[in-house]
Design a protein around this ligand. Structure first.
Ligand code: SF4
Length: 388
């Protein structure tokens, strides 16, 4: 397990790029232009393992490699098991594909009425607006299309997406995702948000993004101004490990919230990265300090070549059981499995109901103590409640 100290300073700074001018370092376009994408870029700073060297060959046809300089600084160069490194550097183990793994593990292709719109639930849609991200996560559920390494050729028609949403009046909630929508230009983001908010039956819009985590420099005053003009915009971000919670991310989250956007976090449970209670507890406490509600803890989807990063679902259940009662209820995320084939997200909970019958419930609390909760039929009255 990676050593964690709750009291360690939140990392911040230019690290390997100490000589870079501030005007470059804090410019999100400079960060994007200077991403580490090739094996040689990484070899300048860290000694790659055999698995990682093999991984770079596989990545070309599976999912591109890219890491912003800002996020690369979070990697411990002396630890091949660094939890940041394992999320972003490819591995030869990605070539091991089990028969239960799929290119499209949660069946999005079957529920795509127009390219880019995934309509699985009755009242909401997922709107994929790009296939590019600031950095690429090796366990990405949408590896089939993200980065185009698999030659998917994702060309969503944004206008066709708007038309679909306009014509389907049951859609009251739109989640804009990709790829990562926040790598689009300010103008494009504003256009998408304005178009969606002009649709009368769309009650609220959410953005799903890992940009605040990989590229906090993107949260410019101009972008925040665009956000603040939206009537009902929410944002889900994706932080998996407390070491991602830097001073820069802290500032970015506080600014987003100050501009009226509620934030939630969707973490993915990953083997050898965050698959223990101590790490998740440290993460959710930091999230709360950043004004980010820990929303979901995902079981890693059955994406091809991700077996080395996936845990058994019992691990997530144990973590939730070890959190419930031992930290604030508000800080505890819902553990979910996105059902293979397109069944949607299913909440998975530890079992606190020992027995349920006509007499009521027998419940177990967080300490393992047993309590009875009687049904109404057990209640008696000694006098009439209402006099005629
Ligand atoms: S940021 Fe999201 S969409 Fe992009 S690679 Fe990571 S998980 Fe996939």
């Amino acid at each position: 397990m990676y050593p964690l100290d709750e009291k360690e300073n939140w990392f911040s700074g230019k690290g390997h790029w100490s000589k870079t001018l501030d005007e470059d370092w804090f410019n999100w376009k400079w960060q994007m232009r200077n991403r580490l994408t090739k094996k040689e870029h990484f070899e300048r700073f860290i000694q790659l393992t055999e698995h990682e060297i093999q991984g770079f060959d596989i990545a070309q046809s599976k999912l591109s490699v890219a890491v912003t300089p800002y996020f690369f600084n979070l990697i411990d160069p002396n630890n091949p098991n660094c939890p940041i490194r394992k999320q972003l550097l490819p591995s030869g183990l990605e070539s091991v594909i089990s028969r239960v793994e799929k290119k499209d593990p949660v069946g999005e292709e079957n529920t795509m009425p127009v390219p880019g719109i995934v309509h699985r639930y009755p009242d909401r849609v997922l709107f994929l607006v790009t296939d590019r991200c600031a950095s690429y996560c090796r366990y990405c559920t949408r590896s089939r299309l993200v980065s185009n390494a698999q030659k998917y050729g994702f060309h969503p028609s944004i206008e066709a997406g708007f038309k679909y949403i306009e014509e389907n009046k049951s859609i009251r909630d739109v989640l804009i995702s990709g790829g990562d929508p926040l790598i689009l230009s300010d103008d494009k983001i504003e256009y998408i948000l304005n178009r969606l908010s002009s649709i009368p039956h769309v009650e609220f819009v959410r953005i799903g993004s890992r940009v605040p985590v990989f590229l906090p420099q993107r949260l410019t005053d101009q972008l925040l101004k665009i956000f603040s003009k939206q009537e009902n915009l929410w944002m889900s971000i994706h932080i998996n490990h407390p070491l991602e919670c830097t001073k820069e991310l802290y500032d970015a989250c506080r600014k987003i919230v100050a501009h009226g956007i509620p934030l939630g976090n969707q973490a993915v449970l990953l083997r050898g990265i965050n698959d223990n209670t101590q790490t998740i507890k440290s993460l959710i406490h930091r999230l709360m300090m950043m004004k980010v509600k820990p929303y979901y803890l995902y079981q890693c989807d059955l994406i091809e070549g991700s077996g080395h990063l996936r845990t058994d679902p019992s691990v997530g259940l144990k973590i939730i059981e070890e959190l419930r009662g031992f930290t604030s209820g508000y800080a505890i995320p819902q553990f979910v499995i996105d059902a293979p084939g397109g069944g949607g997200k299913i909440p998975i909970n530890p079992n606190y109901i020992i027995k349920s019958d006509e007499n009521g419930l027998v419940l177990k609390n967080y300490e393992g103590k047993i309590f009875n909760y009687p049904t109404n039929s057990d209640l008696i009255t000694t006098k009439p409640l209402f006099l005629p």
